[in-house]
Design a protein around this ligand. Structure first.
Ligand SMILES: C[S@@+](CC[C@H](N)C(=O)[O-])C[C@H]1O[C@@H](n2cnc3c(N)ncnc32)[C@H](O)[C@@H]1O
Length: 284
């Protein structure tokens, strides 16, 4: 079916880094084709299912944050909105000026230090360069309290150019496996018409029993080498999941027990070009 929404958002060359300047340019030129003008119906259903109105909720890459309007109308008291665009944040600060339940942060999500009970995903994951997907999983795991929930919508389709960057259920399951328990991941049944059958509603619960560690990696230049390294690490006792980023520069390892950096270095010692370091600084 033909999409009425203009999902793409490039008013400038898409090769540019997807940083604060990029996103602010979209907002300043009002090129916000992703904006539904209302909370997505599957998220309304999600919010309706939450009984405790005091839970601490985060909406990352929130844009116009229509979900927050709905949350406020339902009596939720602790809502944090974060967006990297100053223009978007200025709009939100006016909208929620007298609303003590809502806190607006103009900040890079990856630099946020806090914890939450529920994080609502709505076209934020797909706005990030795919090379940041591991970092997204790692950060979400860090930001959630014990048994915290990450829930929302993910595209179940590919796009020719991004953002948005698409994906599939299989990809998402491989990415989040181990760090989260999958409560639900199904084609959404009440999407807006242009996104019908093209998005997954998901609800993942933080796995408190594992360690989720992000490392920077150097020296890999091809998919074959990437597969060899992930296979080596997958065989280490206690490892539940290993993923390497699409640019081969980061690796996310989910384990049942602490694994030393030396053990990880020994595993790749056969190639002198390979280097692994723990938790690198944010790169956008
Ligand atoms: C595709 S829009 C989605 C907005 C909103 N969630 C919606 O569905 O209408 C992505 C939003 O994420 C914001 N964003 C992109 N990268 C970000 C980051 N690293 N930290 C916080 N916000 C970011 C952008 O400014 C933009 O408003």
């Amino acid at each position: 079916m033909e999409s009425k929404l203009e999902e793409g958002c490039c008013v400038v060359a898409c090769e540019r880094p997807l940083d604060a300047a990029y996103w602010d340019a979209q907002w300043k030129s009002n090129t916000i084709g992703w904006d539904l003008g209302m909370p997505a119906p599957p998220l309304v259903s999600l919010i309706d299912s939450i009984e405790n109105k005091s839970v601490k909720i985060l909406i990352p890459g929130c844009g116009n944050a229509y979900e927050a309007d709905y949350l406020v109308s339902k009596g939720f008291k602790n809502i944090t909105l974060i967006d990297i665009s100053e223009t978007a944040c200025a709009i939100l600060k006016v909208k929620f000026l007298n609303q003590s339940a809502v806190r607006v942060l103009c900040k890079d999500f990856f630099k946020l230090e806090d914890t939450f009970d529920i994080i609502i995903e709505q076209t934020f994951f797909c706005a990030l360069p795919p090379s940041l997907r591991l970092r997204y999983v790692w950060k979400m795991h860090n930001l959630l309290n014990a048994n915290g929930i990450l829930a929302g919508l993910l595209f179940n389709r590919a796009f020719e150019v991004g953002p948005p960057f698409g994906g599939s259920r299989e990809e998402y399951e491989k990415l989040f496996y181990g760090a989260f328990e999958f409560e639900n991941i199904e084609t959404a049944t009440n999407s807006v018409e242009p996104r019908a059958n093209m998005e997954l509603f998901f609800s993942f619960v933080k796995n408190n029993l594992v360690m989720v560690n992000l490392y920077s990696f150097e020296g890999i230049t091809c998919a074959g080498c990437k597969n060899s390294v992930t296979e080596i690490y997958s065989k280490i006792v206690g490892v539940k999941n290993v993923n390497m980023s699409s640019d081969f520069r980061e690796i996310l390892i989910v384990t049942d027990e602490e694994i030393s950096i030396n053990e990880l270095r020994e595993g790749i010692a056969y190639d002198k070009e390979y280097k692994i370091e723990k938790s690198p600084a944010v790169k956008l």
